[in-house]
Design a binder for this molecule. Structure first.
Ligand code: ADP
Ligand code: DP6
Length: 451
């Protein structure tokens, strides 16, 4: 490509289906966020040598944020770090995009250097030890530490990175990609799932990658064996098997557009102290296996409550759009958040479903030792639930100590309501909102750079 082009992919919040979504039996609801990961692909450049490709990925907001990989058809597209500095997510994206397109060096002689800049929005990382600077027309935070050392807020930075980098790198091989992201969305999604799984060590359900590719969705995962059955990267059969998996195989996945009701918005509260998803998942799995058949009953109850929660939100969405007397009264009653809410089945259905979800998670917390909704979070959520304009609130994703998610009317200001209130002193409201759209082209790539 002879032109600069920019893409972005959203962060995520898993509102329903934590833990269950690891099993293809259950559906989850994940919301795409306004915090986005960006990749700007530069025009083709050339190396002195013509016996390899080089991919240079720069992430200048982080100390030492530059990774240089060489890659060649002669070694079956195994990326080799040139600078010595490695980033597993970037490495797997390069391996898979090259294995998928199998470019020949002859076709790319004198345009075999691909340069991509990564930019990430503030909400992904703790802003301590960072300086905000204007960069082109954008305000970006620059950190004094390496990417691995900067605390995360849990919005899915690696999934955003993998998805947007896959898109940007693929645009070197697909001339019409930049103007047709939709046409290539499934390919981008499937390739990104493969790379993310390989880099992460095959732990996750892939909901974060699916949200990065598609935005707010109802999601059911693919069978994990699809990816674990691939041969090793660099083996002679890898590229063909990858193409077959991305293009031909039925993934048996559910991805359906789904969003928060109009008139309601998401608030994400960051609680600074983090939780480790991998450890929580291990404890929950152990609890599940040692508590059958009761654990299956809890999962079934959770699954039904998740569906009722999603249905309740859809009902509220339909009502909001109707703008009739009933719906106006209903939304005013959420605004007051007083006993009148009891008169509206749409509100009580949604709240009862969330109460059941939270009850089940507290039960699992107690029996497994995995702090999904520990008492301190219960108290915080109960305090949030009583705020003006709040429909409902819960712990997103794997839960733990790191975040809360609140669904509230669009014109209430939780920041102002909770300011100076000791009960909320640990909560930092993130500057994010729901944003339904998945990976997409950004119209003005020049605006990322100083003129
Ligand atoms: N802006 C970025 N630039 C380069 N690499 C990034 C960036 N954001 C995330 N990563 C990669 O993703 C890793 C974090 O992934 P992970 O632990 O899965 O966190 P998350 O839950 O936010 O996805 C980082 O250590 C780094 O390798
Ligand atoms: C337990 C889970 O079902 C949900 C975890 O959701 P989080 O949003 O907490 O995830 P991380 O950002 O990876 O920490 C695991 C999964 O589905 O991958």
């Amino acid at each position: 490509m002879s032109e600069l082009r920019a893409f972005s992919a959203p962060g995520k919040a898993l509102l329903a289906g934590g833990y269950l979504v690891l099993d293809p039996k259950y559906e989850a609801f994940v919301v795409g966020l306004s915090a986005r990961m960006h990749a700007v692909a530069h025009p083709y450049d050339s190396l002195q040598e013509s016996d390899k490709f080089v991919v240079r990925v720069k992430s200048k907001q982080f100390k030492d944020g530059e990774w240089l990989y060489s890659i060649s058809p002669k070694t079956n597209f195994i990326p080799v770090s040139v600078s010595g500095s490695k980033n597993p997510f970037i490495e797997k994206v390069i391996a898979n995009v090259f294995s998928y397109f199998k470019p020949s060096l002859d076709d790319y002689s004198s345009r075999n250097l691909f340069v991509i800049d990564i930019f990430s929005d503030d909400a992904y990382h703790s802003q301590e030890d960072s300086v905000t600077k204007h960069h082109g027309n954008r305000r970006l935070s620059f950190h004094s530490h390496r990417i691995e050392e900067v605390p995360k807020t849990g919005l899915g930075s690696s999934a955003g990175l993998v998805t947007v980098l896959t898109t940007a790198l693929a645009s070197f091989f697909v001339p019409d990609l930049a103007d047709n992201v939709d046409k290539y969305r499934k390919m981008i999604h499937n390739l990104s799932q493969v790379s993310h799984c390989q880099a992460q060590g095959k732990i996750g359900s892939g909901f974060d990658v699916a949200a990065a590719a598609y935005g707010s969705i109802k999601y059911r995962r693919f069978p994990p064996a699809l990816i674990s059955n691939l041969p090793e990267i660099g083996t002679v059969t890898y590229a063909d098997k990858l193409v077959h998996l991305v293009e031909e195989v039925a993934w048996n996945i559910t991805i359906e557009n789904n969003h928060l009701p109009s008139g309601l918005v998401l608030w994400m509260g960051d609680i600074k102290s983090g939780s480790e998803t991998v450890k929580l998942v291990q404890k929950v799995k152990k609890w599940y296996d040692t508590h059958t058949p009761d654990s299956l009953e809890v999962y079934t109850e959770l699954d039904h409550a998740n569906s009722r929660f999603m249905d309740g939100l859809s009902e509220l969405d339909r009502l909001y759009e109707s703008h009739d007397h009933y719906s106006t009264q209903l939304f005013e009653s959420i605004k007051r958040n007083d006993s009148s809410c009891q008169n509206y089945s749409e509100i009580t259905h949604t709240r009862d479903a969330v109460a059941t979800i939270r009850h089940c998670f507290r039960k699992i917390t107690k029996e497994s030792g995995a702090d999904i909704e520990p008492p301190i979070q219960t108290k915080l959520l109960n305090d949030c639930q009583a705020l003006e304009g709040v429909l409902t609130c819960l712990i997103p994703g794997a839960g733990g100590y790191d975040a809360i998610a609140v669904i509230a009317l669009q014109d209430v200001d939780l920041k102002a309501q909770t300011a100076g209130d000791e009960r909320f002193s640990k909560v930092q409201w993130l500057d994010v909102s729901q944003a339904d759209w998945g990976v997409r082209k950004e119209e003005d790539p020049e605006e990322y750079f100083d003129k």
